[in-house]
Design a protein around this ligand. Structure first.
Ligand SMILES: C[S@@+](CC[C@H](N)C(=O)[O-])C[C@H]1O[C@@H](n2cnc3c(N)ncnc32)[C@H](O)[C@@H]1O
Length: 200
């Protein structure tokens, strides 16, 4: 619909809700030496592009179930390999371990009954000593939450459902262990952006 301006408009829209640069910079401070990175649910590549910039020596793979995987990526060519696959399909064809797996703003798109199996599949792909960088939009009663909910619902058409901070912590604890969350931070411009560092 927006032709050549699509990327700029997509970035401007996203920036209403989250500062993606600040988010990825936070990950790189938490996990400075990642060499093999998997982004699950990478979408059109906004986070992957920043990962390529802050981890110039890492091998980066972005997977997504949607056909538009990596479509708006405009980082250095060849720095991220994009694959359309579920994590189970990807694991079956390219089993391997990653020292950093990133899951950003994906869980609220996944049906409730499938969330635990997605997180379990991710755990199996993290190398010993590796990390999951997990980000979600926290549900609360603020106007920005409802604006985000309705725009996400309208734009993606998915039956999204957000979780509270406690629910997010519980889900992570169930799949990765009780003390697996080792750091937590909020990402501007809204406190709803909850970023967790998880070590299984
Ligand atoms: C809001 S977008 C986030 C994209 C990207 N992580 C980012 O932050 O720029 C959510 C993405 O999750 C993907 N997704 C939903 N369920 C998924 C699943 N089970 N496995 C992989 N990707 C999934 C959707 O196709 C969509 O591209």
């Amino acid at each position: 619909m927006f032709g050549p301006y699509e990327r700029q408009i997509s970035e401007a829209y996203r920036s209403i809700y989250v500062n993606v640069d600040e988010y990825v910079a936070g990950i790189s401070k938490w996990v400075p030496n990642a060499r093999r990175i998997l982004e699950v649910g990478c979408g059109e590549g906004a986070v992957s592009e920043r990962l390529a910039a802050v981890y110039p020596d890492a091998e980066i793979i972005g997977i997504d179930i949607a056909p538009n995987v990596g479509r708006l990526y405009s980082g250095p060519p060849g720095r991220v390999r994009f694959v359309q696959a579920t994590i189970e399909q990807y694991h079956a064809t390219a089993p391997g371990e990653f020292d950093l797996v990133v899951l950003a703003d994906v869980l609220h798109h996944v049906p409730l009954q499938l969330r635990a199996s997605l997180l379990d599949a991710i755990r199996k792909m993290i190398a010993p000593g590796g990390h999951l960088a997990f980000k979600e939009w926290e549900r609360n009663r603020t106007p920005i939450h409802w604006l985000g909910y309705f725009s996400d619902r309208w734009i993606t058409g998915d039956r999204i459902s957000y979780m509270s901070r406690d629910e997010l912590h519980q889900s992570i604890a169930q799949s990765f262990g009780r003390d697996s969350i080792i750091a937590e931070q909020r990402v501007r411009p809204w406190r709803n952006n909850l970023s967790l560092l998880v070590r299984p």
